[in-house]
Structure formats: C-alpha cells, structure tokens
Design a protein around this ligand. Sequence first.
Ligand SMILES: *Cc1c(COP(=O)(O)O)cnc(C)c1O
Length: 403
Amino acid sequence: MPSHSLPPGLHPDTLAQRVAMERSQYGENSEALYLTSGYVQPSAQTSARRFGGEEEGYTYGRSGNPTVSSFEMRLAAMEGSEAALATSSGMSSIMLMLFSLLKAGDHVLYSQSMFGSTLKLIGSEFARFGVESTAVSQTDLAAWKAAMRPNTQLLFAETPTNPLTEVCDIQALADLAHNAGALLAVDNCFATPALQRPMQMGADIVMHSGTKYLDGQGRVMAGALCASESIMTGKCLPVMKNSGMVLSPFNAWVVLKGLETLDIRMRAQSARAHALALWLEQQPAVERVHYPGLASHPQHALAMKQMSHIGGAIVSFDLKAANAEQARSRAFHVLDSLRVLSLCTNLGDTKTLLTHPASTSHGKLAEAQRQAAGIGQGLIRVAVGLEHVGDMQDDLLRGLDTL
Ligand SMILES: *Cc1c(COP(=O)(O)O)cnc(C)c1O
C-alpha cells in the first residue's frame, strides 16, 4: 500500500510524524481509524485477484487493515527496515517469528537474561515441538560462540535486558550469526528506535512490545516485528494470515499516535532516569544500581555507543540485606510505602512504575533460572516516567529511610 508521496531523505523525527497510509477523500490530518473486519469488494473479479495475491487491496481483517498498515509503515521507517508486521502483543510477535522461521530439529541460541515469558516460550513451549535451544550469558560473547551448533538458525538477544539492563554487542552477534548462516533477532523494547536501531548494526529482525514505549502511556497491548521484505512477506505474513495474532485497528491507532512523541518522551524520561540512578547510588540502603548511563555499568561504553549516548529510562537497584528473606521484605516495604508512583507490572508509561521482578515478571522461573538471570529478592525495577525527579526521590525515601 502506498504512503502519500513524501520526498526522500527525511529525518527520523519527521518520519515519526508523517509516514502513514494515504489520506482518505476527507483529508483528515490525524490518521484515520478504520474499525472494520471486512472490506466490500468492487467486483468479483477484483476480489478473486486480491485473494490470489495478484492485486493489492484489503479483503478481511486478519489479512490487513489500513490503520494497522500505517503503524507498520511508520515503525519500519523509524527502525530503518524494509517492512514491519504488527501483532496483538510483544509475545505474539515472538510467537510469529519462531513459528515462521523454525521447524522441529532447529536450534535457537538466546540470552538467559531475556524477558521471563520469552525464556518460557523458547525454553519450554517450543521445546515440546522439537525446537532445540540454549540459553547463554547475555554479555559473554565467547559463550554465544561456544554454544553455536550446525542446526542453529536463530540468535535472539534483548539489549538492554529487563530488568538488569545488561547490554550485548549487536554487531558482534550479527557477525557470529551470519558466519553460520543464521539470523540475529533483537528485542528493542527498552531502547526503542529513538535511541537504538539494531538493523543498522547488522540485526536481521527487530522485535517490539508496542505495549511499552511505542504506546508510551500504558493504554493498549501491541507488538511488532521489523525485517526485510523477504522475511516479513515471504516467511511471516503467510503464518500471520493463518494464525490470527493480528493487532486490533484501535490499538494500532493508539500506538501510531504514540510514535509521534516517542523521541521526546525517550529523551525526557531517560534524563530523569539518569538523575534518579545517580541519586540512588548515594543512598545508604542501596547495594547496587543497574543503569547503562552510569560509569559503574559493566558495559557502559558499549551501551553509550549503541544507544545514542543515552542510558534509557529503566533503572533497577538492589537493596542491602543479610539474606534473601530480608531482601524480599525490604523490597516489599519500599514498594508498599509509595504514595505517588505506581506499583504496576508494565513499563514505558509516562507514569513512573515500580515492580519486584523476583515475584512478578520472573516469578514463575525455577530458582536456578532466576539466579542465572541475576534477579535477587532485593531487586526493584523503576520504569521512570515524566514526574518531577524530586517527587520520585521523596516517594522512594518514604520506604528507604525507614528500613
Ligand atoms: C513486555 C516485554 C515483552 C512482551 O511484550 P507484551 O506486549 O507484554 O506481550 C517482551 N520483551 C520485553 C523486553 C518486554 O519488556
């Protein structure tokens, strides 16, 4: 489907406002929301040609929708990929990718510190269908190399990771994958294309939870994959049409509008996160702060190089404690003392959200898996929003000062 004819060479911030489907005959300035599950066909002949793939045109909501197309085109432009496919959630975009690219007997190599549901989906659910997998240390390139097998088809990394903000070298992983004839997929949820564009560093597929920063105000679930035309149209689109994990047009419209403010939100929220991280490092009750923008972050230099010299908007910190039980009760105390910020399992909102990963996002992992991912009982994740930093500090002090 054609975009209205924009001149070439526009900058990413312009693309984020302007790339979309052509305006309708009414000339609306804000992109139209097409809530329809079917499309009236102009003739039986045209209908046959559209269903046969010989002519472009919408047929049925599971196969495409103009509002969803606008979101896909805009996200692809922002990531610098040829194409994108929107899905109903971040996890369904991973489902779509695995279903489309793998078969029984194939091997996936992935980071052991990925999002909890990603670990479960690859390590448990897909294992039932004979897809082999190995989880390796996110930051140890030698471990990724050593775990490669002749049947390795896909490398999958998340950088920075949730919740410890571990960073991996995208270019090095892309080289490793390509030398073995495999593909590299990157979960770009934390950095977003405003800060990091993995395809420019060699990644083949970029995966998004649109639920997070792309929406940006915690309203809807959404997901997406970005990749070459041959991967998207050739491999993923047929699976998509038959499996139905499509994004609703309403949610696509919300996320499409979210993309317009992504860049300024990411910069403003990251600046607040950086200030909060520096302050947390000074707090006596805090053992350690995890934030890519801090000089103390183990991959600080690499993170700055890959992420436009900005650390992102997620800060995690470990509380000092004598043992796991005390760590958990201290973390619960800090969270239960909040009066302004939200105790809420989401991220990417303009409202600051705090979580206890060990009992929520990573709660269903076996203790060994959780340990390997480095998620202790005293760990708190702060997804920093747009409130005043002084008010964030005061709200955290309610708990920290009374430990
Ligand atoms: C939330 C999240 C996902 C899953 O996305 P949903 O939209 O919740 O399905 C995947 N990866 C990361 C890094 C996330 O934070």
